[in-house]
Design a protein around this ligand. Structure first.
Ligand code: ZN
Ligand code: ZN
Length: 343
């Protein structure tokens, strides 16, 4: 019987598969990469060949240009492919549009790399599918029992209530450009907000890509051409960094909101000067993580990028074999510093 470490093991460039000679979400340029999703810390430019879902390839092309790799290979969820004799399949991860778990199968051993994932409903992407496996490699961004995210629709209802309460103030919502912004817009639509939603220039291309992929975002307009102090009682969505920079100063006395799993930590909201923290996360919280382990029941769990200790302790108590993988180069919440073009 082969050992899991023979099939996948961490290296400075990322998780490497020796028999297949490929990396999963490498943080350095490599000859052959399999990419779980389009967030910039997972999907970097400059790899020789890239295998990913069609949507992830489209996101990378949008971000880095069509020549981001010499050899793109798109696969559908569930479609079987082989790289150098190693069987590979992608399954939905429920994180952002096109996000995938990678199932790697070789000589009877099945390992699944979750990438980033969540189990909550998200109207902008396919839901997470549990894949039976011997080894499940899980992210751990919110891997502590204190992290328990409320229902996202209730958070967005708080935003809609605030709009009713402060009809003269613009509501500026900080949301990451890939995934979070589109999810907030969809949730606003589901909450009955059918007016024009204003968007920062840095979100426009990914919004358009989501629309092309069949995610209806409703009427949108750029904030670029608005007069000063416009948007009383309206919503504008921008990358989190823009909420604190010059862009936000064009609005008089705005309500500032920020949609992030980290907004569950009151000190973080205070520190960022966020008046209306919205706890909306594209990562699994503690309950989602442990429920996923219980559901999949792998022989072994490998835990990476985030808070490993609590989950290791949980595994020990529950008789589950587990280890921490020290992979470096992944952000706590994706693309914080990324992709903010002038608006
Ligand atoms: Zn991500
Ligand atoms: Zn990540």
């Amino acid at each position: 019987m082969i050992r899991p470490e023979d099939l996948l093991h961490p290296t400075p460039a990322g998780l490497y598969c020796p028999p297949g000679d490929f990396y999963i979400d490498p943080v350095r340029p490599v000859d052959r990469a399999v990419i779980t999703h389009g967030h910039a810390d997972h999907a970097r430019a400059g790899h020789g060949a890239v295998l990913a879902t069609r949507q992830t390839l489209a996101i990378m092309a949008e971000r880095y240009g069509a020549d981001f790799t010499l050899q793109p290979q798109s696969v559908e969820y569930g479609e079987a492919t082989v790289i150098n004799g190693v069987d590979l399949r992608l399954a939905p991860a429920g994180h952002v549009l096109g996000s995938a778990q990678v199932e790697v199968r070789w000589k009877g051993l099945i390992m699944v790399v979750s990438g980033d994932y969540k189990r909550r409903r998200d109207p902008t992407c396919a839901p997470f599918e549990p894949v039976p496996c011997h080894v499940f490699i899980s992210e751990a961004t919110f891997g502590l029992p204190v992290f328990s995210h409320p229902p996202a629709d209730e958070e967005v209802e708080r935003l809609v209530r605030s709009l009713g309460q402060f009809p003269e103030r613009a509501h500026l919502v900080g949301a990451y450009a890939l995934g979070k912004a589109q999810r907030i817009i969809r949730l606003l639509r589901e909450a009955g907000w059918d007016r024009t939603i204003y968007v920062h220039g840095a979100l426009e291309r990914l919004n358009a890509l989501y629309e092309r992929e069949g995610v209806d975002l409703g009427p949108l307009a750029p904030t670029r051409d608005l007069p000063k102090n416009a948007l009383g009682g309206e919503v504008a969505i921008a990358p989190p960094s823009a909420i604190q920079d010059r862009w936000a100063r064009r609005f008089a006395d705005p309500v500032t909101a920020f949609a992030s799993g980290w907004m569950g930590v009151k000190a973080r909201a205070r520190q960022r000067g966020v008046e209306l923290p919205l706890v909306v996360s594209d990562h699994a919280d503690w309950n989602e993580l442990t429920a996923t382990f219980t559901e999949i029941k792998p022989e072994e769990i490998w835990i990476t990028h985030g808070r490993e200790e609590g989950l290791l302790r949980w595994a020990e108590i529950n008789g589950q074999k587990a280890r921490a993988l020290r992979l470096v180069g992944y952000d706590e919440e994706d693309e914080e510093a990324l992709d903010v073009r002038p608006d």
